[in-house]
Design a protein around this ligand. Structure first.
Ligand SMILES: NC(=O)c1ccc[n+]([C@@H]2O[C@H](COP(=O)([O-])OP(=O)(O)OC[C@H]3O[C@@H](n4cnc5c(N)ncnc54)[C@H](OP(=O)(O)O)[C@@H]3O)[C@@H](O)[C@H]2O)c1
Length: 186
């Protein structure tokens, strides 16, 4: 069970003990690359569709660089951006720490009656900081070895059990073959 210390600034709920699913939704190459020049290093239309379908009506947490790379708030999802330099707006809640992001996400899910899942969507810094609290991984394994400057952290796969896997062939809209795998913490 994950127990978060609540901040004193949140008078509505003093302490909550919930059991949220904290998932990583990531696409990674054979050599662990996830990004280059603040962009995705591939064109995979079917994976973008999968990303969109998986995150619909959920709360997503991302780092500032990923938000800049996407270029806008994701519609139909609660967008939480971790940043020490951005300001919150109508479309985006800016969290100044990981604890802030998780607290806000958890409260939002409870208040809006959303599924109790917090989807971490990157990038490298945020995946690194949340690897030890994630209990679900939805990994697109992109079958390529490519140059990049942001990497997904090395996982200890003995801690995870695979629950789903589907292969997608490359075609004119999908540069590389890829496999979407779902893992749950053992
Ligand atoms: N393949 C994939 O699945 C995938 C998914 C997402 C992103 N990406 C790629 O990953 C790259 C971006 O990753 P990245 O590692 O450079 O950046 P990032 O994780 O998206 O964002 C890093 C920024 O987040 C803020 N931040 C980080 N930790 C924080 C904390 N604890 N509290 C408050 N703010 C915090 C900081 O912004 P401030 O300076 O504002 O404080 C920091 O510069 C891009 O190339 C993107 O395309 C790939």
């Amino acid at each position: 069970m994950i127990k978060y210390q609540r901040s004193k600034k949140e008078p509505t709920v003093k302490q909550i003990e919930t059991n949220p699913t904290i998932s990583h939704l990531v696409a990674v190459s054979n050599n662990s690359v996830i990004g280059v020049d603040n962009h995705l290093p591939w064109t995979l239309k079917a994976d973008l569709k999968h990303f969109s379908a998986y995150t619909q009506k959920k709360t997503v947490v991302m780092g500032k660089n990923t938000f800049v790379a996407i270029g806008h708030a994701l519609p139909n999802r609660k967008n939480i951006v971790m940043s020490s330099t951005m300001k919150s707006s109508d479309e985006v809640h800016v969290a100044s720490s990981l604890q802030d992001a998780l607290d806000f996400a958890e409260l939002w899910n409870i208040q809006i009656n959303l599924e109790n899942e917090i989807v971490i969507i990157g990038g490298g810094e945020i995946f690194n900081q949340t690897l030890n609290i994630a209990n679900k991984l939805v990994i697109t394994r992109v079958n390529c070895d490519i140059p990049g400057d942001v990497f997904y952290p090395k996982l200890d796969m003995s801690k995870w059990k695979i629950t789903d896997s589907s292969v997608h062939q490359s075609d004119f809209e999908n540069e590389y073959e890829f496999t979407i795998e779902t893992y749950l913490l053992k």
